[in-house]
Design a binder for this molecule. Structure first.
Ligand code: GRF
Length: 199
């Protein structure tokens, strides 16, 4: 296969999924390289992970621009500059601008800490997801990698893996169990996409 695909990873927080993609890229399990890490939060620990790996970063805040359009065009220019071919959302709490969704259509993925289509949509992120799963009494949860667009947690499901919900689970204990499988499946699903296995 040709040269590894250039991937931009978008984060808002700790970036443990970013790290799993970086590690997979390094050991050849992911046929891509992380060319750029974009965060809407300047203090996100994931940015430090990127810098530690020598990966360039961008803090992207729509509020810092005169208009939404100006923000989107700066983001697209940056993605062009890094010859980005795929966008991997990894704990990114914002929606991408419509222009980016259009340009990268079919090449944007997201990881969600539940078994979509359950427990998705606006406001369903972080501990809210795990609280909802525990409140429902479901006996299992899991992680989902899906194609992303301009609607939260929408798009074709590419890969899912379940974990049990155990008696006495708290949102934190369930989140930790789910996060482990997120790290497992995200590099695999993204690699499959890059290799054209979902066409
Ligand atoms: C993960 O649970 C991801 O599914 C969710 O946000 C969390 C991000 O964790 N969307 P990290 O920043 O990758 O450590």
């Amino acid at each position: 296969m040709e040269t590894p695909a250039n991937i931009a990873v978008f984060i808002s927080g700790g970036g443990s999924n970013l790290q799993s993609l970086i590690d997979a890229s390094r050991d050849g399990r992911l046929h891509g390289r992380i060319a750029l890490v974009v965060s809407n939060k300047a203090g996100a620990y994931g940015l430090e992970r990127a810098r530690n790996e020598g990966i360039d970063t961008m803090v992207y805040r729509v509020k810092n621009y005169s208009s939404k359009e100006a923000a989107a065009s700066d983001l697209l220019a940056m993605l062009d500059e890094y010859r980005v071919q795929y966008i991997a959302l990894a704990g990114y709490l914002k929606l991408l601008p419509a222009a980016a969704v259009k340009k990268y259509s079919g090449r944007i993925t997201n990881i969600h800490p539940a078994l979509l289509p359950k427990y998705g949509g606006k406001g369903m992120y972080g501990h809210h997801v795990h609280e909802a799963v525990l409140a429902s009494g479901d006996s299992e949860s899991g992680a989902t990698v899906h194609m992303a667009d301009e609607i939260y947690d929408n798009g074709r499901i590419l890969m899912q893996k379940t974990v049990p919900v155990k008696p006495g689970d708290t949102p934190d204990s369930l989140a930790a169990r789910v996060l482990k499988v997120e790290h497992e499946i995200y590099p695999i699903a993204l690699d499959n996409l890059i290799r054209g296995e979902y066409e």
